[in-house]
Write a protein that binds this ligand. Structure first.
Ligand SMILES: [Zn+2]
Length: 134
């Protein structure tokens, strides 16, 4: 059994794979966020684009997203907080990846929006790393 890339402890087949293959839809912002991480881990750029809010897709820098995806090895996901209320949701997470052999962390608060029953990624705000303690 392949553990899911999103670190849910479930198998990939029971977690993000059906979403990535379009066989099921994310039932919550957290599920969508997890599946987008798995898309990054499996270099599935189309899924990242398709799950971005159609109105925000124009702002998506396809080339730089693809470059980041292809040059990174996504190793771990920590979901710190997830909320959803009506058709809006937020997920705060840390995505761990290696780029050029260096460990990196991407800490973000993502906003999600539900349109016609489907959750979409709306936009994200990067949380800067804490100042190193003196
Ligand atoms: Zn998963």
């Amino acid at each position: 059994m392949t553990q899911c890339y999103c670190c849910s402890t479930k198998s990939f087949a029971e977690c993000c794979q059906p979403l990535l293959e379009g066989k099921s839809a994310a039932g919550s912002p957290e599920a969508l966020m997890r599946s987008r991480f798995s898309a990054f881990a499996t270099k599935n750029l189309d899924y990242v684009i398709v799950t971005t809010d159609p109105q925000a897709r124009a702002d998506l820098d396809r080339a730089s997203t693809e470059e980041w995806m292809n040059n990174s090895e996504f190793t771990k996901l920590d979901v710190l907080r997830a909320t959803d209320e009506g058709n809006k949701g937020t997920v705060e997470f840390k995505a761990f990846f290696k780029m050029n052999g260096t460990d990196e962390v991407h800490h973000e608060i993502s906003k999600f929006r539900k349109q016609a029953g489907t959750w979409y990624f709306r936009d994200g705000k990067v949380v800067p790393p804490p100042e190193p303690k003196a």
